[in-house]
Structures are given as C-alpha cells and as structure tokens.
Design a protein around this ligand. Sequence first.
Ligand code: FEO
Length: 399
Amino acid sequence: MLKAIEISADVYWVGGVDWNERNFHGYTTERGTTYNAYLIVDEKIALIDTCKAPFAEDLIARIADIVDPASIDYLVSLHGEMDHSGSLPALLDVAPGATVVTGAPKGADILRAHYGDDLPVQAVKTGDVLDLGKRSLSFVQTPMVHWPDNMVAYDAFDRILFSNDAFGQHLATSKRFDDEVGLPEVLVQAQKYYANIVMPYGRQVAKALGALEGLDIALIAPAHGVIWRSHVAEILEAYRAWSSGDPEDRAVVVYDSMWHTTEAMAREVAEAFVECGVPVKLLDLKVNHISDIMSDVLPAKYVAVGSPTLNMTMMPTVAGFLCYLRGLAPKNRIGLAFGSYGWAPAGPNEVAEALEKSGFSLPLGALTRQWVEDDEGLSFVHDAVVGLVRGQGDEEPLA
Ligand code: FEO
C-alpha cells in the first residue's frame, strides 16, 4: 500500500518514483527520476504539482493515505510541462471542486492548451498569496527556468520553498532527503540536470536567485529527486556558480575518430592542458552520451572538439554533439576545433564554424593535419594549445 511521507508537520510528499526511466527527451537518466507532488493539510488543502500521467494512481493513493482526495481545495501547478501536470485530469476527476492555481498568463495558457478551456483556473503573479489557514503560499514567477510559465511557491510557516524544476535531480531513490543519499551523489545528478535542462537560462536563474534572496529556507522541495534539507546552502551556491557565466579553468576534449589520427590529436590536446595545470577530461563520442558530456562542459572554460572528415563533412556523432551544444548555449567559453583529413579538411573546418555559430571564441581557428599524424604534427597541436592557455593566463578574464 502506497504511503505519504511527512516532510514537515502536515506537509507530505505524495509523488511517484520512476525507477526505470532511462531517457528524458534525449537526456539519459541512468538513475531514473521522481515526479514530486506535495500535499499541505491546513484549513484549506492544497496539492502542489501532480505527476506524469502514468503515476496518477500512485499519487491519488498516497493522498488518500492522509485525506479524502475529494477534499482538496487547490491544485497548485507551478509548471505545466506534462511530467508535472499529466495527472491533473485524474485529480480533477477525484477532486471536482478543486481550483487550479497557476501562473498568469503562461501557466493558464499552457494548462488550457493541454487540458481544455473549461479548466477551473485561478491565475497568480509574483507577490500574490494563497491563504490556506495557518499557512499561506507566496508565489514568485521564474520565467524560463525553464519554460515561460515556471514559478516557485514559498511557505513561510514551514520555511519550505517549493521550487518545481529548479534545484531538481533525475534520481530515483527510496529516500526523500539529500542527507539520506549523500551530497556528492545528489550533486552529480543536480549538475547533470542543470547542464541539460537549465543551462541556456543562466541569466533568468540569476534573476530568480536574486528574487529568493533573504528568504528563510529550511527545505527546498523540488519536483524531481530528493528534498534539500541539510545542503540548502550548497545547492544555492552551486546554482549561483553555474548561472554566473564565469566558467572554471577546466577543459573538456570531445572527439570521434575513424583511424585514430583525430584521437591522437585529442590525446595531445588533453596532454597540453595537463601540462598547463588545467584539469581536463578526454571524452570519445563513441562511448560517452552527449547528456553526460554536458555535465563536464557546464563548468569548463575550454571546450575542444575534434572530428576527421567523413564524406566531406564532420562525423555524425560530432554533428549531433554540436547541435545539442548549440541549444544549451554555454556562455563565455573558448572553443578549439581540430581533426585530421585525407584530401579536404571539411570535417574540422565545419566543427570550427559550428563552435563559432554557437558563440564560442575560437582564437586558433581549426587545427588540421593531413593523413596520419606524426610527431611533428602532434607537436604543432600541443604547442598551439599550450600557447593559447598560457596566453589566456596573461589576459583579462572572459567578458
Ligand atoms: Fe520537470 Fe520542465 O518539467
């Protein structure tokens, strides 16, 4: 029998655990995920978010462990994406008197587009307060973190920030709190989540963090993964760093290779970073998923990408990575393009063009070598990278 889990007096986690989700629209979720919903029992009863549609029965069963679902007064939708709103129709079936509270105007638009114009919606804006009795929920809209409708709700009585996607992690576990899993493990998933979902919206994240400044927060209750209880300061600081647009002195070298020449160049690029004291990761696209690579791209100032020429273009694995990278739009980075070719350097040149189009500065252009790489060629690559990194050390920080 499914149970609700009390996270604070009269506040319950009633979500769903998706142990076997392995692909979240292209993002590999090797640890599964959760769809968190929270029940607040006061003079009025509120449910914050729902679950992905297949978890509606689990959600209703956990609610029924505490109250009759028909007694729910408010269904608060902080974000209309279907992993959080998919069970809304099922909830309205069992709680037909409930009012749906969502952001104005985008939350209301999105929910009506998905679930019909007759949805009983009360649209709220930043500064609006929903009175529940002893408690009230104060809303702060956080547009584009990561859809236009996102908002968070703060319960000052329990000092809980219900943050929806922000501060989430795709992490299925039988535990509900950060300290029960351990900070390093949770942070790995929080970083992957930020890199793959939130990274394009760093400016909006910084603005949202500013709006939350000064709140007394005991718990951050996100819509995915575990609840932040013992490490609230750490996750807030991590979001500040990730959204700052000020990457660390780190490098990732990403490549694919046909006959190991581009691979040899990749190794030489990595060795050059090591020689300069810059931590580096060397990632072959044949065996690393692009969504895992993005975790390493997130803090890295240098992103080096290598491809040989295949059929007068770059390799499809590299093209896919660069397409994904362009969408996630990391800011203030230095790109390096490299690769080998037989009779035309189209592959590495296309890598350079793609990085430039994505906003990377590319001081070295494309490092290309014909046919098999020899010691002289590798020295050329090595010296170019060392010169770049050492030169960077003398320059102003990236704007
Ligand atoms: Fe977890 Fe944007 O939905």
